[in-house]
Design a protein around this ligand. Structure first.
Ligand code: UT7
Length: 326
């Protein structure tokens, strides 16, 4: 039986990093940032870990779903910025929630993390292995951003989003999903992790800081989105014989307003059908899609029967989609 999204939640830190403040850090301008990206400000988690943000979003999603922590049997966390490799963010959240009947793991599909997680949650539920899956996407991107690099520091922000999935039973819920990667382009969006060393006992062991910061060949990734995003959208629609004009809301990864315009133009869509909050939160990697969903729900924009198309794309490079009947 397919799965249904029972509830959503989100958390964004209070501190607002504005374009004006970035103008004081690097050689940039509010005009450039707004014209090229659509971003006005992003949030920065001061004194909060990834797990703190994940927990706050999860608590809101559970309350929205009316599900108790003990009823959750799997916690999936997508993140490129875990607080530690072990314990995972998912295990920290499991402990803090008291979700004592849940398995828990982190995974990394970069900005496609939430749509990948929807596919995983749906697959676990369809197989009957799990009944209630808590999906969380939490990103503390400021920790991998070099605030002297104007090509990246104006783009990214921190935040978390979450959703609870359970068996549907009434034909609504996750209708189709798609996930794909093109690792040949992986270096176009790079964040280092553990140092790579040929001789672990050699004289010049590289330090973690050598590879710590995010670098991006923005133009290459932009070109990739021109084929990957429509491919993801088409694959989700084709599987169930739907067309783009039947979709009530498109919720795309919030990377650049120009990508939104490109999608609207390609499918002949009214841009108002594509939800946007990157103006206020910037690019929060995998958290961006559930941040949108939670905000849309709070604003009363989501109604039973609507068709929602989610699409993610980014580091890996990865891309994917999910078509959901509310
Ligand atoms: O979340 C994962 C997925 N990520 C994406 O989908 C991102 C896709 N890429 C993009 O959104 C865009 O490529 C960027 C927003 C990253 C960059 O925009 P762009 O229009 O592709 O700019 P560009 O890299 O071609 O740079 C144009 C000019 C360059 O100057 P020159 O060489 O023409 O003199 C840059 O040095 O803009 C300059 N520039 C800046 N100027 C002011 C780059 N960053 C800045 C900046 N402020 N912050």
């Amino acid at each position: 039986m397919q799965s249904k999204m029972l509830g959503v939640g989100s958390y964004v830190p209070e501190y607002r990093l504005t374009n004006a403040e970035l103008e004081r850090l690097v050689e940039t301008s509010d005009e450039w940032i707004v014209q090229r990206t659509g971003i006005h400000e992003r949030r920065i988690a001061k004194g909060k870990r990834t797990a703190d943000m994940a927990l706050a979003a999860a608590q809101q999603a559970l309350a929205d779903a009316g599900v108790a922590p003990e009823e959750i049997d799997l916690i999936l966390v997508s993140t490129v910025t875990p607080d530690s490799l072990t314990p995972t963010v998912a295990c920290r959240v499991q402990a803090a929630l008291g979700a004592k009947n849940a398995a828990a793991l982190d995974f990394n599909a970069a900005c496609s993390g939430f749509v990948y997680a929807v596919e995983m949650a749906d697959s676990y539920i369809r197989s009957g292995k799990k009944k209630r899956v808590l999906v969380i996407s939490a990103e503390r991107l400021h920790s991998v951003i070099d605030y002297t690099d104007r090509t990246t520091c104006v783009l990214f922000g921190d935040g978390a989003g979450a959703a609870v999935f359970a068996p549907s039973g009434d034909g609504s819920g996750v209708l189709s999903t798609y996930s794909m990667a093109d690792g040949t382009m992986g270096d176009a969006l790079y964040i280092g992790a553990l140092p790579v060393e040929d001789d672990p006992f050699g004289a010049s062991r590289p330090t973690v800081t050598d590879t710590r910061y995010l670098t991006m060949a923005g133009n290459d990734v932009f070109r990739f989105t021109a084929t990957a995003v429509p491919a993801a959208i088409d694959k989700a629609l084709e599987q169930v014989g739907k067309t783009a004009d039947e979709v009530d809301w498109f919720v795309l990864h919030q990377a650049n307003q120009r990508i939104i315009k490109m999608v609207a133009k390609k499918y002949g869509l009214d841009e108002r059908k594509i939800y946007i909050n990157m103006d206020r939160f910037g690019n929060t990697s995998s958290a961006s899609v559930p941040l949108c969903l939670a905000e849309m729900k709070q604003k009363g924009l989501l109604h039973e029967g609507q068709l929602i198309l989610l699409a993610g794309f980014g580091g890996g490079l990865t891309y994917g989609s999910a078509l959901i009947r509310l």
